[in-house]
Design a protein around this ligand. Structure first.
Ligand code: ADP
Length: 539
């Protein structure tokens, strides 16, 4: 900002600041600023409302270079929307925070924030100061979180079947819902294979999600090992290796090159022959070094030319080239190998082991990949997603990511609440009750907060084609009458509103985060009362 402001002194020596280019800025203050922010943020939040829940609709997003993404994952929609407005971007960040912290509930959090903003606009119109609204929301949020804790249940994390059901809830609203059960099982098995149940920790680095176009979603598999999208470097190398000793190399298979620019003058045939001879010798030494260490498979981060490839094949040393950095690390962890940056450093102790290394083929023989299985540290797993096109695979990967996150969150904290808007409705009822006990102006904010919470079951009902107001009032009456906080919107027409029976589960962690993040961001927006933007950015 140094160029914008300049410190000057008046004739009495008093300092004052001159803002340059002030005439080029647009300034908004007070209620005008708050209302314009609310409008911008609500506009963004509004786009997600129809995507919420098992009957939520998908969005198609086309990037400037024509890439198409079809998704109903809140975080992805927000990220790809290319929002320019400074306040509306807070909504994008909101969804991202939920995604980073929890991984699930990214649509819900934005819809709730949108509803809170709508309510606050109404309160501001009635003459209540934004700060009062913000403070009231803060207190109401605390009450809602208390209620969530009170209505939460413990989840038996050791029960695989129950975990699968939970993953199914998360996947139910996604493109993969056709093979929901299968994907849920894959997600649960993947997390359980890498989870440390005692320490309540899951190392996500150990789960790799790979996709390859071709086949159907149902062909998706979980491989207890690592799949890399590579083949043996020579077609005549063996397609299957048992008890392989793996050398992982990050040095290129080539004769040493001077580090700075160089020029080589070859003036005679002998010189050329000598150079060729030198190259061949270097390759042979390298191969010998690898073989001497006892390795039966070389995995290289870099490539090697056809000559080296031929020599490798002739020396019975199967090799894989151009293996990416993250895969190299995964392989090293799984096989207990050390990553070796120089041929001279290769020793037997640095080799990894794998019970089975094989090339697997899919559909046509061209689709081949390398699978490294039965590794000593066989915690690393790969989920291999198949699908008709890139869009389906990408969306399936996103859905799996959400399901993996849900299971991971359960391993971390086994408390749950029930979905279908039942938890939100139960909180709304409690918050509204609390409002009656408050004498100050905050009671209006409390009631508004309760109304905003109800917007989640309302949106679920609307998206399922139900008459939303009727459905919600029925539901609310039933919850109050039966004191059962598990009653939610029967979005899939299963015949019961009891979400415990329907097994629609959400983690307490996720729901708590949704409510507190949405409240925080709304409070932030309500507290900005002065904004200056360059005149050309008044969007
Ligand atoms: P998010 O990105 O926020 O997870 P989703 O589109 O996955 O959004 O929708 C999640 C919402 O849908 C949650 O409120 C959840 O309780 C609800 N939901 C999921 N499955 C069902 C179901 N079978 N019946 C009713 N509600 C459901």
């Amino acid at each position: 900002m140094a160029s914008m402001a300049q410190l000057m002194f008046d004739e009495f020596g008093q300092p004052f600041i001159v803002m340059r280019e002030q005439e080029n800025q647009k300034r908004m203050t007070g209620v005008e600023a708050v209302k314009s922010h609310i409008l911008a943020a609500r506009a963004v939040a509004g786009t997600l409302r129809t995507s919420l829940g098992p009957r939520g609709l998908d969005k198609m997003l086309v990037s400037p270079d024509g890439d198409v993404t079809i998704t109903n994952d809140g975080a992805t929609i927000m990220e790809k929307m290319d929002v320019q407005h400074h306040v509306a971007r807070l909504m994008v960040e909101l969804s991202k925070s939920q995604d980073d912290e929890i991984g699930d509930g990214t649509t819900g959090v934005v819809v709730l924030a949108g509803a809170l903003l709508e309510e606050s606009e109404r309160l501001i119109d009635r003459g209540i100061h934004p700060i009062k609204v913000a403070d009231g929301f803060d207190l109401a949020c605390k009450k809602a979180l208390e209620t969530l804790d009170a209505i939460s249940d413990r989840f038996p994390v050791e029960d695989r079947e129950r975990l699968v059901e939970t993953a199914q809830t998360s996947l139910g609203s996604k493109i993969v819902n056709r093979s929901c059960r299968q994907f849920a099982e894959i997600a649960v098995d993947a997390v359980l294979s890498v989870a440390d149940i005692d320490k309540k920790d899951v190392n996500f680095e150990m789960i790799k999600v790979e996709g390859k176009i071709g086949g159907r979603l149902e062909d998706t598999v979980l491989v207890k090992g690592i799949i890399i999208d590579k083949t043996m470097s020579h077609p005549q190398m063996p397609k299957e290796l048992k008890d392989a000793k793996v050398a992982i190399l990050t040095c290129p298979f080539e004769p040493p090159k001077p580090k700075t620019k160089h020029k080589l003058d070859i003036t005679s045939t002998e010189d050329f022959q000598k150079l060729r001879e030198y190259e061949r010798e270097t390759f042979e030494t390298m191969i010998k070094q690898v073989k001497d260490s006892g390795a039966t498979l070389a995995i290289c981060q870099w490539g090697f030319d056809d000559e080296a490839n031929h020599l490798l094949q002739a020396n019975d040393l199967p090799a894989v080239r151009w293996v990416g950095g993250p895969e190299i690390e995964l392989l090293a962890i799984a096989t207990n190998a050390r990553i070796v940056p120089r041929f001279s450093e290769l020793t037997e102790a640095k080799l990894g082991t794998a019970g089975l290394v094989r090339e697997i083929t899919f559909g046509t023989a061209k689709d081949r990949m390398l699978s490294i299985e039965q590794c000593p540290n066989n915690k690393a797993v790969t989920i291999f997603v198949r699908g008709g096109n890139k869009m389906i695979i990408d969306e399936a990967k996103r859905a799996l990511h959400d399901a993996l996150c849900v299971i991971r969150n359960l391993v971390r904290d086994s408390r749950i609440v029930y979905g279908g808007g039942s938890a939100e409705l139960a909180c709304a009822i409690e918050v509204a009750k609390e409002a009656d006990k408050i004498e100050g102006i905050e009671q209006y904010a409390f009631r508004a907060f309760a109304d905003a919470l109800e917007s989640i079951p309302m949106a679920l009902a609307e998206n399922s084609g139900l008459a939303q107001i009727d459905a919600l009032s029925d539901l609310k009456a039933k919850q109050i009458e039966t004191k059962n906080p598990h009653l939610g919107v029967d979005a899939v027409f299963a015949g019961t509103n009891d979400m415990k029976q329907q097994k629609v589960i959400e983690t307490l962690l996720s729901k708590r985060e949704q409510i507190s993040l949405a409240t925080q961001v709304v409070r932030m927006i309500l507290k900005i009362d002065d904004v200056r933007v360059p005149d050309d950015e008044r969007s």
